[in-house]
Design a protein around this ligand. Sequence first.
Ligand code: KG4
Length: 345
Amino acid sequence: MEDKIILAIESSCDETSIAVLKNNNQLLANIVSTQISIHQKYGGVMPEIASRLHIENIGVVLKEALETANITMNQVSAIAVTSGPGLIGALHVGLQCAKTLALMYHKPLIPVHHLAGHIYANEYVSPLKFPCLAIVVSGGNTELVIMDKHLSFKIIGGTIDDAIGEAFDKVARVVGLPYPGGVSIDKLSKEGMPIYHLPRPKDDHTYEYSYSGIKTAVINLVNNLKQKGEEVNIKDLACSFQTTAIDLLLDKALPAIKEYSVKQIVLAGGVSANSYLREQIVKRTKNKDVEVVIPPLWCTTDNAAMIAKVGSYLYDENVFASLNLSADPNWKLEDQMKYKQKNNF
Ligand code: KG4
């Protein structure tokens, strides 16, 4: 049988990445060029700068990926690309690269949803088992997703306002910590105590989240202490915020195990790097008949290996797009399969 070689491109935010995956299990290359040090100066990702840097970097990243994988474009079976959600200008750079390669080398084009990628990153640790609960936590998302089979995504809950990562970033900014705030808060929390009381939203026994109240409570606390001329203990505040935010996440997510007869839980997205989340989820599921997969840290940040993994499954299902594919910043995860059609290359 011919090898299935997926070349995948990810450029939805501030990482330019290209990966090569052979036969669904041999990751031949995963080159990631991060722009984080540039955006740090601005306290967050600057969309226009991100697009320009993707344009500068993508050719070099492609060359390095092909060299590392030791393949030529002719050997590639299909090109997978993140086509949403993400920063529109940034997405277009990856898409244009993918479409040009598809046209030049007569390869099918596979559109991949960015969050499907984050979920499938876990397949580099353990095969997905169904029903699976994916806890998707990033700068832009707080989503609970149930999967009954491969490529089937059902969102059972999410945030009604701020995403959890956004709250980490805003709280960090209020106390003068660098971007990305989640990393700094996680680090400082280890030296602090949860002494500040932060209000949680009332438990309504749904899978809906709200993080704006906790974030505002932190801002008010810092301002009140400042007015009184008192110092805020940043380590204790970081620990108080992190504990409240993560406890809320798990208190609401874990009842889904029973309701959906969940066999496996996977963490996905940038916030899944959080050390307290990783520790607590293992602790709190110890006596439950459920497998918990914790992605390695390299899988929690944006990379094309995760896009290649989804691309590999989509290839088997004939999910191909035509050359007029465009970026869709509002693409819903449930619609990942909407492109199912015959390969017309
Ligand atoms: O998935 P991601 O790289 O980007 C989006 O697609 O949004 O996630 C970035 C988010 C940022 O909000 C960042 O502060 C957060 O992930 N993050 C963390 C940690 N590492 C990154 N949040 C909490 N604890 C961490 N260790």
